[in-house]
Design a protein around this ligand. Structure first.
Ligand code: PMM
Length: 283
């Protein structure tokens, strides 16, 4: 089982809290853009029960444009260094090998690459050299046009096959099996129906043999599910209870980690799922 050095591994799903050091992220753009605000938010997430804090400097919301390498480095490295010095297990959310390398040098203990090594061909080799866990997410292209790629005949099978291909490639580049975590990439070239199918099919994805990370928090499909009678989607920050419900179900289905914006209720939910499973195993 993939483990994060310095992280207490328990018989439950881990909780990764999100710190987006961006002016334009999906649900919290601008809130933690200031370095000091990002650091104190990361510490708050840990106090709320986060096992890991995911620091990202590039928004991946649908339609987002890319930031420069220098800008991304300037956003994330000081925050990662400060949180790591405080003893926080930090992950870096980046598609760039140079950012991953600098982040690990600053103390990051996991690389979370939403492109699964597709955006930067150097990434798998760089991550292999660091030896830290590597989240390989299912991805079909950059955010500016990803919605046009949301075409599947059988989304669970196709995402599973495409992830398996990425696994073969990153292994060939030197990443070890123990480093790999897979992620179905909810909302990335997927519509609401695809996301629900992937969640319902999570146990099929666990058959690939790697730990799974699930990132449903505050995504558009939850806002759509909870839309007003007139069809107006629920705003991002108001779908946190639905995120918690997804966490409980995903943890019960065997997810290794959930990536969430609001930590406390999700930290509770993973404990509920673990107790439920333990009781089921002993009866
Ligand atoms: N989603 C976002 C960003 N990073 N990383 C992983 N591994 N999985 C995800 O689903 C994921 C991610 C986009 O969400 P945000 O902009 O609201 O943080």
């Amino acid at each position: 089982m993939t483990s994060v050095p310095g992280l207490r591994v328990e018989e439950r799903c881990l909780v990764m809290g999100v710190v987006n050091v961006t002016p334009d992220s999906f649900s919290d753009g601008g809130l933690w853009f200031d370095e000091a605000a990002a650091i104190s938010h990361g510490l708050e997430l840990v106090a709320d029960g986060a096992d890991l804090v995911d620091v990202g400097g590039e928004s991946t919301r649908p339609g987002a444009a890319r930031v420069s390498l220098d800008e991304e480095l300037a956003r994330v490295v000081p925050v990662i260094r400060a949180l790591s010095r405080e003893g926080v297990s930090v992950s870096v959310d980046t598609m760039r090998a140079e950012v991953a390398k600098a982040a690990v040098e600053a103390g990051a203990k996991l690389v979370n690459d939403v492109s699964g090594g597709l955006a930067d061909p150097e990434m798998p080799r760089v991550v292999a050299a660091t030896g830290v866990p590597y989240v390989v997410m299912h991805w079909r292209g950059h955010s500016h046009d990803m919605d046009s790629r949301a075409v599947y005949a059988d989304v669970v099978t196709e995402v599973g096959e495409e992830l398996a291909k990425r696994v073969d490639l990153v292994l060939a580049e030197g990443v070890s099996e123990e480093q790999i975590v897979l992620d179905p990439g909810l909302g990335f070239a997927k519509n609401a129906e695809h996301n629900w199918a992937l969640l319902a099919g999570l146990s099929r994805l666990t058959e690939l043999g790697y730990p799974l990370l699930v990132g449903a928090s505050r995504k558009r499909f939850l806002g759509r599910l909870l839309a007003d009678p007139d069809g107006t989607p629920r705003p991002f920050g108001h779908s946190d209870d639905a995120t918690t419900a997804v966490t409980a179900l995903a943890a019960h289905q065997g997810a290794w980690c959930v990536r969430v914006h609001q930590v406390r209720p999700n930290a509770d939910a993973v404990r509920v799922a673990a107790a439920w499973k333990r009781a089921g195993a002993s009866t």
